[in-house]
Design a protein around this ligand. Structure first.
Ligand code: BG6
Length: 336
């Protein structure tokens, strides 16, 4: 994948937000990506960046101010319709996983989204200048499998400190008076040094549905979630806290995931057997990724005509470890 360098800022080939000033082009660049697919690059002054493909409305790169990649994208990812891009942050809508009659994870992740040039007012932090608004709407083709009219607005923002925020606003625009129900996830693939060095905090003692055991309900035991048992993990934790931490000991980096409107959290690592079965995933790549996904799966969201739902995920990093059980970033201590 192309690297995103600050000197690229000078070579802006963009057709930027129509209302934006020239200065804004430093923050938002429109260009072509793999296979000529349209993409948008967000940059912040300290050097962090985010790459977004209109295909899937999908974030495919999130780099910190040192240019280090924080998301995993498979070396075998195909940037080709109709397969979803393997990695980054696919959007699962209107169905998460196989929890319904639609194709796995719904269709939003393999549709072409558009730039939303005139989004409805958004209570936003005015200091954020690196953001893009995307939109996906019903089509006649999709209505054959999901007979509803909707507007899905997605704002992707790179904060000045390098935080990545995704806010979804989904509106029922049915004209036949019908409500609709959907499930949802931000299917985030975090890049980790080595899965056996990773620990997830915030989910211990919670109930979960185990996708590998017929979606049966269990209660998590133990202190924190680790990945040493050499088997795939595919769990939907229920009624989770608004903050979850993913600690990468080897890299001395902690990802902090904050969420709003999304009560569940999916944790997935395919491990070796499933990895080998996936054509767009390298055999050993499971060692370097972990999906932790802010989601709403157990209780679908129901919208009446005219109603709107919002779901937000914010991810950031801190260069240290958390005290076990302390998810307040102010309580972070330096591990070395
Ligand atoms: C996870 C699911 O979110 O995504 C897993 O919990 C699934 O069950 C995984 O295997 C990957 O799905 P896909 O469709 O992208 O291969």
């Amino acid at each position: 994948m192309d690297s995103v360098r600050s000197k690229d800022i000078q070579k802006d080939r963009s057709m930027d937000r129509s209302t934006s000033s020239g200065e804004d082009k430093l923050f938002v660049e429109h260009c072509k990506g793999v296979n000529g697919l349209e993409r948008v690059i967000l940059r912040e002054v300290r050097g962090s960046s985010v790459e977004v493909y209109l295909y899937g409305g999908q974030v495919t790169s999130w780099k910190n101010e040192y240019g280090e990649e924080l998301l995993f994208v498979s070396s075998k990812a195909t940037f080709k319709l109709p397969k979803a891009i393997r990695g980054g942050i696919p959007i699962c809508f209107p169905q998460f996983g196989s929890h319904g009659s639609l194709e796995q994870h719904g269709f939003a992740r393999n549709r072409m989204w558009s730039i939303d040039h005139d989004p409805p007012p958004f209570p936003t932090n005015t200091s954020n200048r690196a953001f893009i608004d995307l939109i996906l709407k019903h089509s006649e083709e999709d209505a054959k499998i999901w007979p509803h009219r909707y507007e899905f607005r997605l704002r992707i923002t790179l904060g000045p400190g390098g935080d990545l925020m995704l806010t979804s606003r989904i509106r029922n625009t049915n004209t036949d008076g019908k409500s609709f129900a959907f499930t949802f996830a931000y299917h985030t693939y975090f890049a980790v040094s080595d899965i056996s060095e990773v620990r997830v905090e915030g989910l211990e003692t919670l109930d979960y549905l185990d996708n590998l055991k017929g979606k049966e309900r269990f209660t998590e035991q133990g202190d924190a979630i680790t990945f040493e048992s050499e088997v795939s993990v595919d769990k939907i934790y229920l009624s989770t806290p608004t903050k979850i931490a993913i600690l990468d000991h080897e890299r001395k980096r902690t990802f902090v995931l904050r969420k709003d409107g999304l009560p569940d959290a999916v944790v997935w690592n395919p491990w070796d057997k499933k990895a080998k079965a996936m054509t767009d995933f390298g055999d050993d790549e499971y060692k370097h990724m972990l999906c932790v996904e802010a989601a709403c799966v157990e209780k679908p969201i129901v919208l009446k005509p005219g109603e709107e739902w919002r779901g937000r995920q914010e991810i950031s990093t801190v260069p240290s470890s958390y005290c076990s059980g302390q998810l307040d970033p102010k309580k972070v201590f330096q591990s070395d």
